[in-house]
Design a protein around this ligand. Structure first.
Ligand SMILES: [Zn+2]
Length: 219
């Protein structure tokens, strides 16, 4: 059974000193790096998602007076430092796991909380390589591949999910992963939430949907 690691939105804007910081973001990045050292080679592929939004305050995801539910301060702006994956993780992936790693950018045209709404911008794989022509969803440039297609191509059956923020992009990605039929395991030790109350609700929802919660802090 092939297994994937999905690292959701551990980007600089969601870590301390970022534009939309989540407390514990830097710690989560270090813990994920350690997980990669110990377990990285167990994964057939490592998918990394990142917000990649337009630099436009009128974009549906943003507001000058955000409600922190549907609208947010500007963050994850395309081609800015804040949209980059935390360097502690990125360096580990680049040096040791480049052949396994694929980056998925999301939120160019809609809020896109789930990593499954993201598209790879790499040309590592061409649509013709996939089984069944015509069922591949391409991004606007016509050269990307959706995360589910990527997992299908790699015959992934099981997905380990980590990342930020528990209540939003992590939760949405986990629920999509389950809905798409993957055996889905989440590691709270490698996740950071906005606050305890809303995180607790999200964990309950993920568990009820069928997520396995792995509370082993040594993993
Ligand atoms: Zn975003």
């Amino acid at each position: 059974m092939f297994k994937a690691l999905l690292i959701v939105d551990v980007t600089l804007d969601f870590c301390e000193d970022g534009k939309l910081p989540v407390e514990g973001g830097n710690t989560v990045a270090s813990r994920i790096q350690h997980h990669l050292v110990v377990h990285g080679y167990e994964y057939k592929t490592i998918a990394v998602s990142q917000c990649w939004h337009p630099d436009d305050i009128n974009f549906e995801h943003f507001s000058k007076t955000p409600d922190y539910v549907n609208t947010w301060p500007m963050h994850g702006i395309e081609n800015t430092r804040g949209a980059l994956v935390h360097p502690v993780i990125d360096q580990e992936l680049t040096v040791y796991h480049l052949h396994q790693t694929e980056y998925f950018k999301k939120g160019q045209t809609s809020s896109a909380y789930s990593a499954f709404e993201g598209f790879s911008d790499s040309m590592n794989i061409l649509p013709d390589d996939l089984n069944g022509e015509g069922d591949v969803i391409l991004n606007l440039e016509g050269n990307g591949i959706g995360l589910n297609d990527w997992f299908q191509f790699h015959q992934i059956q099981s997905v380990d999910v980590v990342g930020i923020a528990t209540e939003f992009c992590l939760r949405a990605s986990v629920l999509d992963s389950i809905r798409l039929g993957y055996k889905t395991t989440v590691f709270p030790y490698m996740c950071a939430g906005i606050n305890l109350e809303s995180s607790t609700i999200a964990w309950t929802e993920m568990m009820n949907a069928g997520a396995n919660i792995n509370n082993d802090i040594s993993t």
